[in-house]
Design a protein around this ligand. Structure first.
Ligand code: CDT
Length: 322
């Protein structure tokens, strides 16, 4: 049986703060239809795809922020997405802000089978930014205020993707920079990582210089390394363009298990890119250089799970034997 499918990244241009979900969902349905015409069987939308990237806005009282969250899926406003997927026979990945019935808030992603059933759910573990208003920053990044760290770990599930099946895992934005996250997926033989992101074009921390051109480079470097070192495909989909004066850098990509770029978005607007995946190509890395069972040495990786912050090394001086 062929293990091929066509993957799509459906990049979203900016969503302004004043725009409702109906605007975003309408655009997403059109992107899904376009991806289908381009032969795609699965479509990946960005992180927090239904609204502007609201963690840039400080809100003292979180009870006044309920409108940014989904309280149920599908809802009246998001139902057209699920209906389009069913009609087109296409699976999709959606990033959204989740508020649970017991009042917990997460930055969440799901993979939805064309039937409308949720095959996999993930809640963002690596929340960047800060919890309180930061007067030093040029723009706030309040994910730690709006969300709690995910409580589902990094699950992988084998699920239908088009005519075939694949081992699917999800990451969200900042997670892509953490090799530990990719490796936990790799240890579950992940073959396809779907991830959405919202990354500002400029470093807004105001605590040192970061060359602008490196922003995209670091994003791509992280995704390509994650794919190569764990022998998997990835679809990394951005929100792009200027939201209420704040620019996000786009550059969505699809990457193969060798870490090669198969497709890249070139606009900072709504755009679909597609690439064919053949999941048999995950086997080379998994059975040779990254055959974990043969080559990993976890007895030397204790610091990875026992320690959080880094520690300074001991000082060596000339004349002192090592
Ligand atoms: N949404 C999100 O996680 N964004 C962060 C911005 C950090 S600024 C480098 C990211 O890692 O892209």
């Amino acid at each position: 049986m062929s293990r091929k499918t066509v993957l799509a990244a459906a990049q979203l241009g900016p969503i302004q703060r004043a725009e409702g979900r109906d605007v975003a969902v309408g655009r997403m349905v059109r992107l899904m239809e376009k991806a289908h015409r381009m032969g795609a069987e699965v479509v990946v939308f960005p992180e927090l795809a239904l609204t502007t990237f609201f963690p840039r806005w400080y809100e003292e009282d979180l009870n006044k922020a309920d409108h940014w969250y989904e309280h149920a899926l599908p809802s009246n406003e998001t139902a057209p997405l699920f209906e389009a997927a069913r009609k087109l026979g296409i699976g999709f990945h959606l990033g959204y802000a989740e508020k649970t019935p017991d009042g917990r808030r997460f930055n969440t992603a799901i993979y939805v089978h064309p039937s409308g059933e949720v095959a996999l759910k993930y809640r963002k573990v690596h929340l960047p930014g800060h919890k309180e208003y930061d007067p030093v920053r040029k723009v706030q990044h309040l994910e730690k205020r709006y969300f709690e760290p995910g409580d589902l770990g990094f699950p992988v599930v084998r699920a239908p993707v088009g005519e075939t099946e694949a081992n699917i895992g999800l990451l969200i934005c900042n997670d892509r920079r953490w090799p530990e996250a990719w490796r936990v997926l790799g240890l579950q033989q992940v073959e396809l990582v779907m991830l959405g992101y919202n990354t500002p074009s400029l470093n807004m921390e105001n605590r040192g210089f970061e060359a602008h051109h490196l922003r995209v480079e670091h994003s791509h470097l992280s995704v390509r390394a994650g794919c190569y070192q764990n022998a998997c495909y990835a679809v990394a989909t951005a929100k792009a363009g200027t939201e209420d004066g704040h620019e996000l850098f786009g550059h969505s990509i699809i990457v193969n298990p060798q870490g090669e770029l198969l497709a890249q978005a070139t606009s900072w607007d709504d755009e679909v890119i597609v690439a064919e995946a053949d999941f048999t190509r995950c086997e080379l890395g998994r059975t040779t250089i990254f055959d974990f069972a043969r080559h990993r040495r976890p007895e030397h990786y204790g610091r990875i799970t026992e320690q959080v912050g880094s520690e300074a090394p001991p000082l060596w001086k000339p004349g002192q034997s090592s």
